[in-house]
Design a protein around this ligand. Structure first.
Ligand SMILES: [Zn+2]
Length: 163
């Protein structure tokens, strides 16, 4: 065996100091940091393998018991283990959870924006897009919000932010 082959045989996680191969996938979670003032959310953890900020965290355990956390890209491309099926299921589950959390945070953002006096005043000062004389843009969006699902609400959020 040549030197190159020997090097290639070392698990990438092991080379990066995450412990001895083989690695076992032990679980996953979503970690986000929410700014208490602005409500803005960002990835709340870091991948031990590549150093990228991550929100979807996958925990792995080395043969010698070292626990590490890696992101979805790194675990999918780099993880080698006999629990691949469980891993793929967990990755998909976390990704769905992250999408749901993102939607919820946008709906909260809409509620806050809609409830602000400034926004209400602004909307009340603008005409109804259908030209109804006694109605304002506020009445229009109030109607839309009462009659739409999440996708419609997110479109309103976008429109309000663009005002
Ligand atoms: Zn990574």
């Amino acid at each position: 065996m040549s030197n190159t082959e020997l090097t290639a045989a070392v698990h990438p996680f092991e080379k990066r100091g995450l412990g001895m191969a083989p690695f076992k996938f032990v679980g996953s979670e979503v970690v986000v940091f929410r700014n208490p003032v602005t409500g803005e959310e960002k990835a709340g953890s870091t991948c031990d393998y590549c150093g990228t900020s991550i929100a979807n965290v996958y925990h792995i355990k080395s043969k010698d018991g070292k626990l590490s956390k890696v992101g979805s890209d790194c675990i999918m491309s780099t993880y080698i283990g006999n629990d691949q099926a469980a891993l793929v299921t967990a990755v998909k589950k976390e990704q769905a959870k992250a999408r749901k959390a993102k939607t919820e945070s946008k709906v909260n953002e809409l509620d806050t924006l809609w409830d602000s006096e400034e926004m209400q005043a602004k909307l009340n000062s603008m005409p109804h897009p259908k030209g109804f004389a006694n109605l304002t843009l506020r009445d229009y969006y109030a109607f839309v919000l009462n009659h739409s699902g999440t996708a419609g609400k997110l479109r309103v959020l976008k429109a309000l932010k663009a005002l």
